[in-house]
Design a protein around this ligand. Structure first.
Ligand SMILES: [Zn+2]
Length: 415
């Protein structure tokens, strides 16, 4: 190891209490989205950066959803690496199912609990400390490092990373590193794309005994939903290099996202997230609406899916469809420079090689990939993500910090 790599790794060890306490206090800064108010959590980050003597900008096109951006140049020319993490978290609702305080940041038996623990205040903390530690050795560093800690991620909102990449091209860089949850065994180079559709079925309706007088909107919807399964049979078209990566990563994908995940990474999936229809048990419903969450793998387009949907709808003149949201699937090179760097570091630290994978869910990293900037995700296991008792293992969290610190350094020094 070079002296600087030793120094950087040493800081993660020597300052582990400080890193852990920053992270736990970050969880205690409530930032559920909706409503997405991240001012307290952003202040926590700003206070840390100021204490480290680091300058930063607050870019807040929506006042309650600030984004923090900081950047510095190393001593010599080189690549521009961008670190990205979000500050907002899923909501907690009434806390049902939680056995720990969702906003407590409690440390119990080597695990840190709270909403946002794995998604993704752990990863954002890794980005922040990576930025701070590399800044300390900037006089010996090449290239440029940018930190973006953003709001408004959980609802695909317009005020966070989307705003930055549109209005502040200085945050694009040559490569993005992000710590969204995945698993220490995987590096995400791509993700599926959600297409959300709203369907409405209308009929005349009638008294519940007069089933001869009208069609039932709920029964039509039920048949329509069954017919929509046809979208899951669309075959993706991907390059050999992507197909090989997907095949090689099957075991790692199941490990990271649960058994069966590898089977659906390359398939269109259909989830009917919401159904509403009917007023009363003794009325034949005149209206039914439902929302479909269709996930597109790499190599399937919105046009392909909509063509199938329209074919189905020919048999349902009572039904209409409208698009609610769409983000195309995204990917970058599964064998990009950052992948090799992360693999080497993880192998040296833990003795295994993480596999490049495509994830089922989405992250802000897609916004960089849409602009042809390679964007990779290396983060902790998603324990309790979006549900109860979300937590992260402390040693795993520190491993993520270590890998981000060393990999950012290696990427920049490779020039
Ligand atoms: Zn996230």
């Amino acid at each position: 190891m070079s002296d600087d790599r030793k120094i950087l790794a040493g800081w993660v060890d020597q300052e582990r209490e400080r890193i852990v306490s920053f992270f736990r206090a970050f969880i205690r800064c409530r930032s559920p989205n909706p409503p997405g108010d991240t001012t307290e959590a952003a202040r926590h980050i700003g206070d840390f950066l100021s204490a480290e003597g680091l300058e930063f900008r607050v870019i807040a096109p929506q006042a309650t959803m600030p984004n923090l951006v900081a950047a510095f140049d190393g001593a010599g020319p080189g690549k521009h690496l961008v670190l990205n993490g979000h500050i907002d978290v899923f909501p907690v609702g009434d806390g049902t199912g939680w056995t720990k305080d969702p906003w407590g940041g409690e440390l119990i038996d080597g695990k840190i609990y709270g909403r946002g623990a794995c998604d993704m205040k752990a990863g954002t903390t890794a980005s922040i400390f990576t930025y701070a530690f590399l800044h300390r050795i900037r006089e010996r560093l090449k290239g440029r490092l940018t930190l973006t800690a953003v709001s408004d991620e959980e609802t695909f909102g317009p005020w966070g990373a989307r705003y930055l990449v549109q209005h502040h091209p200085e945050v694009l860089g040559d490569c993005l590193l992000n710590g969204e949850p995945g698993s220490p065994y995987t590096i995400r180079f791509g993700e599926k794309g959600p297409l959300w559709l709203e369907f409405k079925v209308r009929t005349r309706g009638a008294h519940g005994a007069y089933t001869h007088a009208t069609e039932s909107a709920t029964k039509l919807a039920q048949r329509l939903i069954a017919d929509l399964e046809v979208v899951t049979e669309i075959e993706p078209t991907v390059s050999n290099n992507i197909a090989r990566s997907l095949e090689a990563a099957r075991e790692a994908v199941d490990k990271a996202m649960g058994s069966g995940a590898a089977d659906i990474v390359s398939k269109v999936t259909l989830n009917i997230g919401v159904i509403e229809g009917g007023l009363k048990v003794n009325m034949v419903p005149f209206a039914c609406r439902f929302e479909a969450d269709i996930r597109l793998p790499l190599g399937v387009t919105r046009e392909q899916v909509m063509a199938e949907v329209r074919k189905v709808l020919v048999n349902y003149p009572q039904a209409t469809v409208a698009e609610m949201n769409f983000n195309p699937p995204s990917y970058c090179a599964p064998d990009g420079a950052m992948v090799g760097i992360i693999q080497k570091n993880v192998q040296a630290l833990l003795g295994f090689i993480p596999a490049p994978i495509v994830s089922l869910g989405g992250t802000d990293a897609r916004l960089w990939r849409y602009r042809d900037i390679p964007a990779y995700v290396y983060g902790p296991f998603p324990h309790g993500m979006g549900s109860a008792d979300e937590h992260v293992d402390v040693e795993e969290f520190l491993h993520i910090v270590r890998v981000h610190v060393l990999s950012a350094y290696d990427y920049l020094m490779a020039g």
